[in-house]
Design a protein around this ligand. Structure first.
Ligand code: ADP
Ligand code: MG
Length: 247
């Protein structure tokens, strides 16, 4: 394997059922190092469930997730160890409201990565600088705007130095005027070479930043390809129908 197509995550025939509801119906795909994959598709098509299966926040009903060469769906290994290498950013920011921004960011690196408080805080301040929020280090989350909270949530995930960042509709809960500042942080991350898997309805971002678009429909990846192909000349009628509605 060369550096250009080092496989980071691979799923093999992934299924997920909730009771009688089959949500994922056999997903086999892979994500390389440096990939910026954008997952689009109708509400309820299984996008969140798929992301959550990648880091085993949901346990797949069958199939495998291979992360950095290890089958993490097999019992008997340190799941937390792998999970720590996958940063996740959700629609709702999930910051601890009773801790200031700096403590929110340094908690996991100190507890789980064994950084000293000083090391963790130095790194946190550097990351805050990157997203333009050094002045918020001592502030508590309820005092922040949605856009600021989400930028902090991204920083918190980055503070663990993950090998991949998973984003589940990170701008969907934001007021429109705050969407841009979050997308800009994500755009910077992508240009720095971070491996990213992003579920979003922001089609312009998908087209401009995505290296690869995956269209999910009813629990399968119905079509995938480079942005120009998916947005310019989609083959699957379902993709066309979806894009006609959202563009
Ligand atoms: P998307 O993110 O594409 O909107 P989801 O993955 O959230 O889709 O959901 C796909 C389907 O799975 C939906 O019908 C949803 O109601 C169902 N679902 C998701 N999570 C659960 C759960 N924990 N228990 C039961 N049903 C769920
Ligand atoms: Mg979702």
């Amino acid at each position: 394997m060369n550096a250009h197509n080092e496989e980071l995550i691979k799923t093999i025939d992934l299924y997920k059922r909730f009771g009688s509801l089959e949500v994922l119906k056999g997903i086999s795909t892979s994500f390389e190092k440096g990939d910026v994959a954008v997952i689009i598709g109708p509400s309820g098509s299984g996008k969140s469930t798929f992301l959550r299966c990648l880091n085993l926040l949901e346990t797949p009903t069958s199939g495998q997730v291979i992360f950095e060469g290890v089958d993490i769906t097999r019992a008997g290994h340190d799941l937390d160890l792998h999970r720590r290498k996958m940063g996740m950013v959700f629609q709702l920011f999930n910051l601890f409201p009773h801790m200031n921004v700096l403590d929110n960011i340094t908690l996991a690196p100190i507890k789980l990565r064994g950084l000293t408080k000083e090391e963790a805080e130095n790194r946190a301040m550097e990351l805050l600088k990157r997203v333009g929020l050094t002045d918020k280090a001592q502030v508590f989350p309820p005092k922040l705007s949605g856009g600021q909270k989400q930028r902090i949530a991204i920083v918190r995930a980055l503070a663990m130095q993950p090998d991949v960042m998973l984003f589940d509709e990170p701008t969907s809960a934001l007021d429109p005027e705050m969407v841009g500042e979050v997308l800009e942080v994500m755009r910077d991350l992508a240009s720095e070479g971070m491996t990213m898997i992003v579920v979003t309805h922001e089609m312009r971002f998908a087209r401009e930043v995505g290296k690869r678009i995956l269209f999910m429909d009813s629990g399968i990846i119905a079509e995938e390809g480079p942005p120009d192909k998916i947005f310019g000349n989609p083959e699957n009628p379902r993709t066309r129908e979806f894009l006609r509605k959202v563009l």
